[in-house]
Ligand binder design. Sequence first.
Ligand code: FAD
Length: 412
Amino acid sequence: MGSSGDGEFDVIVIGAGIMGSCTAYELSKRGRRTLLLEKFDFLHHLGSSHGESRTIRSTYPELYYPPMVLEAAELWEEAQSEIGYRVYTKTPHVDVGPADNKSLRALIASCETNSIPLRVINDQSQVSELFSGTFTLPEGWTAMVTELGGVLKPTKAVAMFQSLAIRLGAVLKDRVEVIKIERGEGAAGVHVFTSSGHMFKGSKCVVTVGAWTEKLVNSVSGISLPIQPLHTTICYWKVKEGLEDRFSPERGFPTFASYGEPFIYGTPVLEFPGLVKIALHGGSPCDPDKREWWRKSSVDSVKSWIEQVFPGCVETGEPVICQACMYSMTPDEDYVIDFLGGQFGKDVVVAGGFSGHGFKMGPVVGRVVAEMVVEGEVKGVEMKHFRIGRFVEDPRGNAKEHEDQVNSLINL
Ligand SMILES: Cc1cc2nc3c(=O)[nH]c(=O)nc-3n(C[C@H](O)[C@H](O)[C@H](O)COP(=O)(O)OP(=O)(O)OC[C@H]3O[C@@H](n4cnc5c(N)ncnc54)[C@H](O)[C@@H]3O)c2cc1C
């Protein structure tokens, strides 16, 4: 390793999932010489941003997420028109659950405050008619239908942002594991060290390492962020023969979330013909470096849910395909997007803890982090909810009215 280092950049971004890739793109757009480092192969399956589908929806119980989703939806469209292919398939979105569920009540209020048109339907026959006889609304449940929904293609989308960043001059390197970040002298005063003995210098650095955030930030700064990795599984189920078409986006089948116990989400038949994604929102604590790939999650609660909500439409023998992934949970399920502080001051930004709902926000997180790096402040997003300091004030983080749902996702 030479004392001058292996290269000098305006910004070094560590971790090339959706957040790092969007950030590298936004920084390059702002003319910053950007280096994006990834410890595995690009587009690997060991983190959180791989696979075939992620939901985009504007319905959140918290007031501060919907405006971010609205901006993200525009940025997704801009990026795909810039690259020339599609990563975003639009559908409606429906949230269902017991009518008295606190999160659902909060979600209605949040849509009203944010002027997001929402159709609340309590009548089973209307829901059935709207979605070609697929959904059955159990007694006492309610359905909320919004226009902004849809499916994002994660691996393809990460590749898209990486390509756009490269076009704008970013340097991308994979199989480069960062093991240390240190304060150095001069303008390029952030020194990033790799396990292969290289050192890169940057004026600024961004840490977007997903489930590895707690480990890396702790080793660099001694700050222990309450970000818990969860091992989670997505399952695809076979639609009964002859009904496949009714579950397609072309027939208006929505992305969906079901609140209460179990907390379920899903997407239309799209990536695998005849299979619909229906998954449990949650998982079990894991060490991202020692994953138990052989561990099978129980799908009993998903089966019962399918029998209740899609009776006679989806086969509940066993899921046809299961894929593993990781969530990075914070205690309040809000993101962490902040300056690291301490000896690094505003020169290192951390963006992690996306708590199983970050993918849709990738482009807006990229924009916000790039502004933090370039301007030192952010326009248009209320950053106070994402501060590291909130866990010092209260280990549970931001107060939530819908506590029934928050942190119900960790299944031990
Ligand atoms: C099953 C599942 C379903 C989901 N569904 C949705 C959904 O429907 N809608 C939604 O909005 N969100 C969803 N999410 C959440 C969303 O996918 C994540 O919030 C998002 O992908 C997190 O991206 P990231 O860039 O923070 O992390 P990652 O994608 O994990 O990227 C971090 C990267 O950093 C790299 N790295 C780690 N350590 C180092 C190091 N020391 N040096 C160099 N590189 C390093 C890792 O290898 C990795 O590539 C889902 C997540 C899962 C798992």
